[in-house]
Design a protein around this ligand. Structure first.
Ligand code: AMP
Length: 469
């Protein structure tokens, strides 16, 4: 059995010592829904055993019935939201994973992607291990169970010393909650406090919702154990230069969150300002692609002095799936989500701003939409450099050949998306905007420089490693 796909973008949330642990975890997951819409789950602990509920679907659907919380008793809980993937038997991959082993019960929720997962899995299977899911996270559970170390932290350290890649983890045992951020610190993870309860979340926006205070971010390479004695911190791994993911700032994290020491909205606006410094355009209005392009377009408008207008309206109630009509009116995907405001656009020279171009299909459709609404010129600006390389650390980007900028020049992309002009933010501009002088970021999706090397082929990211590529 092959792993079907890397563990994709996800969100994790956990709370220790609260009478309504499962309920607050539900709210936390609600705030993290943007990090994963395919499935979700919560595991709670009542001090002597673990209880779980998980399913495919959005948080509000999976936990829509109040009775579910009666099945999730206890003062400690962790939860997970998982991003959309195209696997076949995906129900079994819903997290948190929960197992009983010789030392009791444990549940694990994981955000990130372990790049040497297949290698370890092959080895474990050769020794007789039987895997129940196709997730890289399950490898961790096996490694934990096999460890001869006596303390949980030592077992965890031994297991994690074998894995490479990106992981933010939340573990729940009968009596403890443990949070881990990998030594590179690819994904965000923060610690909060709500009265006498401790909270851990992928992003601070989840703390805001439950009125918890942000205490600090969990450091790269840190293991945080939360139990009846409070919070204990360990740094058992070899120190490396942290490389948090810059794409979290560009697209993925929620603008109201604080990650890697900064507010996402402020950074995105600065990306837009930088874009304006690099690209002065003769135009009438600046229009964001909602919602991903909004802060950058605001920054661009403020720096350039051009008028900011919501020339595209977004329907916020579009579910993950909708029934496509028959052939006659097919391929209208983007129209379901966005509609142009004709009065604003008619006769105007429009600067349209989005955070990134992946395959190019969204930009192409949007530009067509703007023109058919009467825009005289459409200039596309992107608030990040060309996305030319896949992510192997937990962001769901397609394979290299599907990334339009991996095989096309900027002018070829401009022609494909039918823009009058197209410009991307420079890598230098991106680094200036995120303040990279103080911090190194992973920007492999732009530069191809992967900070954690790939096994098997040595230094090359290996397409096909997980079966679907
Ligand atoms: P595309 O049509 O493939 O070029 O997709 C571009 C759009 O996808 C942009 O509006 C981005 O905001 C959005 N986007 C960028 N990266 C991702 C991602 N990893 N997952 C989902 N959407 C993304």
């Amino acid at each position: 059995m092959k792993l079907t796909r890397p563990e994709e973008e996800c969100g994790i949330f956990g709370i220790y010592n609260h009478p309504e642990a499962a309920n607050l975890t539900y709210l936390g997951l609600y705030a993290l829904q943007h990090r994963g819409q395919e499935s979700c789950g919560i595991v709670s602990s009542d001090g002597s055993s673990l209880h779980y509920h998980k399913n495919m679907g959005l948080v509000a659907d999976v936990f829509g019935n109040q009775d579910i919380f009666k099945q999730l008793p206890g003062k400690n809980a962790i939860g997970h939201v998982r991003y959309s993937t195209t696997g076949s038997s995906i129900m079994k991959n819903v997290q948190p994973i929960m197992v009983d082993y010789s030392r009791g019960s444990i549940a694990v929720a994981h955000n990130g992607n372990i790049v040497n997962a297949q290698l370890i899995k092959d080895e474990l299977e050769a020794w007789g291990s039987i895997f129940q899911t196709t997730m890289d996270t399950e490898i961790l559970v096996h490694l934990l169970a096999m460890s001869k170390e006596s303390s949980l932290v030592d077992r965890l350290t031994e297991a994690l010393n074998r894995v490479e890649g990106a992981y933010c983890l939340l573990l729940l045992t009968e009596t403890r909650m443990v949070a881990v951020r990998d030594p590179n610190g690819f994904r965000p993870l923060c610690l909060g406090k709500l009265g006498d309860s401790y909270v851990v979340a992928s992003e601070s926006c989840a703390l805001d919702l439950i009125e918890a205070k942000l205490v600090r971010e969990i450091e790269p390479g840190e293991i945080v154990v939360i139990d009846k004695d409070g919070v204990t911190s360990y740094f058992p791994f070899k120190k490396v230069q942290p490389t948090p993911c810059v794409f979290e700032f560009v697209y993925f994290a929620r603008p109201d969150s604080y990650i890697f020491g900064k507010n996402v909205y402020t950074v995105r606006k600065e990306l837009g300002r930088q874009l304006a410094r690099e690209n002065k355009l003769d135009a009438d209005i600046v229009v964001p692609v909602p919602d991903s392009g909004v802060p950058a377009a605001l920054g661009y408008a403020q720096e350039s002095g051009l008028e900011f207008e919501f020339g595209l309206m977004r329907n916020h109630y579009v579910g993950r799936t909708f029934i496509e009509p028959q052939q006659s009116i097919r391929h209208f995907g983007v129209k379901i989500k966005l509609n142009p405001v004709r009065d604003i656009l008619k006769g105007k020279r429009v600067v349209v701003i989005d955070d990134s171009i992946v395959r190019g299909t969204t930009s192409r459709k949007i530009i067509k939409m703007l023109r058919s609404a009467g825009a005289k010129e459409v200039h596309a600006l992107i608030s990040s450099p060309p996305t030319s390389f896949p992510c192997y650390y937990g962001i769901d980007t397609p394979t290299r050949k599907e990334l339009i900028s991996s095989s096309h020049s900027i002018d070829e992309i401009r022609r494909y998306i039918t823009a009058d002009s197209l410009a991307y933010l420079s890598e230098e501009g991106l680094m200036n905007a995120v303040g990279a002088a103080k911090q190194t970021y992973c920007r492999a999706c732009f530069s191809g420089g992967y900070p954690v090397k790939f096994p098997i082929l040595g230094n090359e990211p290996q397409l096909g490693l997980f079966g679907t590529e």
